[in-house]
Design a protein around this ligand. Structure first.
Ligand code: CAA
Length: 379
């Protein structure tokens, strides 16, 4: 057993770190302030081969593994949590289910442009009345010849409005509860499919979050993903991987806040010495670094399991739970190290603290992660 990254993984980290520092970090505060998504950043990620990291080359991917993918999300999130989740939702939530459950024709038509970064992906599960209780969705899909007619609306869609390809879930047989849910691939521009309200958020403000609306929206059977009734399983299995992407985002945000706090502690003088000489600050830094390292190990372990084909649902839920919680703690402590300055927009730590909060909420709240973990322990 080795706890060092391979040359390939180190190269991935170096490449993404350079890109993040040069092309993402400079506008992170401004995009947050303006709630502005920058498509050019996504396009550049496509040029670098980041948009299809874990998928085979034949489908436009980079043919790398899931560890490379989480390293990329971590490094992006270290400077900008919004950019981290853009990539995570694109790869884990939109591209992955098509890779795993799509026909070759669907992979050619939808996965390839996603993996190559020519199109952006999104995932539609949550509805106004069903968040944690995902199976309680109300959006319907009624078969009509070679088509399904979709009606309903989904909310909190990451990459909403900007994405061209949406993997969505709808009820095809309400009597069957979760066994009556089916997955579909929907393209932006399809008649009857529209983008609703854009959310104004506490954090990850340069990642667009919108409602999506279906009104008599006709989707050909060829765009059904998997079999009728298989949708809930597809949604859950997709989230198994997605949650580890969020764990990586949380690790990255925490690391970014820690880096800033460490630098500040070494520079800022009070009582005739730098903050770093004060044991109160040293203990904070030691706790923060330890928590980040533990969260990173859980995240990398879950990614390694997925790459090796070993079950990873529990590992991924544990990683997301722990990394989300410590990201909130670490970023809050980072603001504390900065004192009054940390509370201002002059420094990035307040943005990181705002960005961290969502990692305890989306892709299953941390309470739901505990439910998932307990189910594994008790079954
Ligand atoms: N893999 C495969 N199958 C799974 C599974 C998994 N990970 N989890 C559940 N299933 C299967 C079960 O085996 C069961 O199948 P059978 O009927 O064949 O036995 C079926 O699904 C139903 O399982 P449960 O009885 O456990 O389902 P439930 O209704 O009680 O819900 C839940 C379980 C864990 C609470 C689930 O609803 C859940 O994960 N909720 C949270 C939803 C969520 O994470 N939403 C986030 C939305 S995405 C997002 O945040 C957007 C973003 O853009 C970033």
């Amino acid at each position: 057993m080795q706890f060092i990254l391979s040359e390939e993984h180190e190269m991935m980290r170096k490449m993404v770190r350079e890109f993040a520092l040069n092309e993402v970090a400079p506008t992170a505060a401004e995009r947050d302030e303006e709630e502005r998504f920058d498509r050019k950043i996504f396009d550049k990620m496509g040029e670098l081969g980041l948009t299809g990291i874990p998928f085979p080359e034949e489908w436009g991917g980079a043919g790398a593994d899931y560890l490379s993918y989480v390293i990329a999300v971590e490094e992006l999130s270290r400077v900008c949590g919004s950019t981290g989740v853009t990539l995570s939702a694109h790869i884990s939530l939109a591209s992955w289910p098509i890779y795993k459950f799509g026909t070759d024709e669907q992979k050619e038509r939808f996965l390839k442009p996603l993996a190559e970064g020519r199109k952006l992906g999104a995932y539609g599960l949550t509805e106004p009345g069903s968040g944690s209780d995902a199976a309680g969705m109300k959006t319907t899909a009624v078969r009509d010849g070679d088509e399904y007619i979709l009606n309903g609306n989904k909310i909190f869609i990451t990459n909403g409005g900007e994405a061209e390809i949406y993997v969505v879930f709808a009820v095809t047989d309400s009597a069957l509860k979760h066994k009556g849910i089916t997955a579909f691939i929907v393209e932006k521009g399809t008649p009857g499919f529209s983008i609703g309200k854009k959310e104004q958020k506490l954090g990850i403000r340069s990642s667009p979050t919108t409602e999506i609306i279906f009104e008599e929206c006709r989707i050909p059977v060829s765009q059904r993903l998997g079999e009728e009734g298989q949708g809930f399983k597809i949604a859950m299995m997709t989230l198994d991987g997605g949650r580890n992407g969020i764990a990586a985002q949380a690790v990255g945000i925490a690391q970014g806040a820690f880096d800033a706090a460490l630098d500040y502690a070494k520079e800022r003088k009070q009582f005739g010495q730098t903050l770093s000489k004060l044991q109160a600050i040293q203990f904070k830094l030691a706790d923060m670094a330890t928590q980040i390292e533990a969260a990173r190990l859980l995240t990398y372990q879950a990614a390694w399991r997925e790459s090796e084909g070993i079950p990873y649902g529990k590992a991924s839920a544990m990683a997301k739970l722990y990394a989300g919680d410590i990201a909130m703690q670490v970023t809050t402590e980072a603001v504390q190290v900065f004192g009054g300055y940390g509370y201002t927009r002059e420094y990035p730590v307040e943005r990181m603290m705002r960005d961290a909060k969502i990692t305890q909420i989306y892709e299953g709240t941390n309470e739901i992660q505990r439910v998932v973990i307990a189910n594994y322990l008790l079954k």
